[in-house]
Design a binder for this molecule. Structure first.
Ligand code: YSA
Length: 325
């Protein structure tokens, strides 16, 4: 067969190829090792030099052409196969994974909502603080041993990551006149060893209520209301004396689930009556106002609510833990 006939025949045959098996047969017939074209190349060496050059060039062009039309046909077949694929409309669809809120966000929202129901306003403050707001204005001067209670991440130029939300008390009182009741949810940071109840990053909800006649009894009522709301009455509370330089009569609040009365009490809050020096610092007239303030630990509340025994689970991004909420 001469080369031109071969080319024509190959084109004709390819036009009647309809599936990949037929295409493979075509490839073997026209481009395979035993094809007429391959035999033609084998025999080229016996031709005189001039003819060898001429026929060799022509055979190469034809081989290239056959390869090109083979590739085109292959692509055509693949495309038409993909389009004609069987589609089972009764097959269940793929489940779309939905995102969900972090347990701390869930509980923080509940806490905020409980306080809102009691008329508290929500205020935010900076996470990067000056020494003045985090310590000095709260009666914790440099070199005072009380600074040891708040191990600090120091930044450059005297700034720091706030160790508690209490500095927002000062920011707020500098700009507002009593009476008011506010809560301040936010992140805090402490440079301290971690254990199952302490992390280096955690959330507090600060509370501050100032009016002409506020006593610890008001504080007790508010805390009882909020915790009852959060735990549907299922926790016991214990109030114990404590020390914070920015309050008179400092105290801590501990809670324990009612159905686990054998378990340990967990400290969830520091609190007290606002020290009169703070009112002086922000320029309130002396002896006119009274108030209570507190700092509630959100992680600890969440731990009791969901029975979580290690605070470090909240931030280590383990999906086996997070996907339970
Ligand atoms: C006290 C009196 C006030 O008038 C106002 C606020 C306060 C609270 C004070 N600013 C404070 O930070 N007290 S505290 O160090 O005892 O922390 C309060 C709560 O935050 C703790 O009861 C605990 O629930 C949580 N907390 C403290 N350190 C923590 C922590 N949670 C997790 N990891 C830590 N490292």
């Amino acid at each position: 067969m001469n080369l031109r006939d071969l080319k024509q025949q190959a084109q004709q045959d390819l036009a009647s190829v309809h599936n990949s098996q037929e295409l493979e047969n075509w490839r073997i017939k026209y481009l395979g090792r035993k094809s007429s074209l391959s035999l033609f190349f084998d025999n080229l060496k016996d031709l005189p030099l001039e003819e060898k050059k001429e026929k060799g060039k022509e055979a190469n062009e034809i081989r290239q052409f056959l390869k090109t039309i083979y590739t085109q046909k292959k692509q055509e077949l693949e495309q038409s196969q993909a389009q004609g694929q069987y589609f089972d409309v009764t097959r269940p669809g793929l489940k779309i994974e939905k995102g969900h809120l972090h347990p701390l966000t869930l509980v923080l929202r509940e806490i905020v909502h409980s306080f809102e129901k009691l008329g508290f306003e929500i205020v935010l403050g900076p996470e990067i603080e000056t020494e003045y707001y985090n310590f000095d204005a709260l009666r914790i001067p440099k070199n005072h041993p009380a600074r040891d209670l708040w191990d600090t991440f120091w930044l450059t130029s005297g700034l720091l990551l706030r160790t508690h939300t209490s500095p927002v008390q000062i920011h707020y009182m500098e700009k507002h006149e009593p009476p008011f009741r506010i809560i301040v949810p936010g992140k805090c940071f402490r440079f301290e060893a971690t254990d199952n109840h302490h992390d280096i990053q955690f959330h507090q909800v600060e509370g501050l209520m100032v009016s002409e006649k506020i006593t610890l009894a008001n504080f007790k009522f508010i805390v009882q209301e909020v915790l009852d709301d959060l735990f549907k009455g299922q926790v016991d509370l214990s109030f114990r004396p404590s020390y914070f330089p920015f309050v008179t009569s400092g105290l801590e609040v501990f809670i324990r689930p009612k159905n686990k009365s054998h378990s340990q009490w967990l400290e969830v809050m520091g609190a007290g009556m606002v020290h009169p020096d703070l009112f002086k610092t922000v320029g309130y007239p002396p002896n006119l106002w009274q108030g209570f303030a507190f700092g509630l630990g959100v992680e600890r509340i969440t731990m009791i609510k969901y029975g979580i025994d290690d605070i470090r689970l909240f931030f280590n991004s383990d999906l086996r833990f997070l996907e339970q909420f």
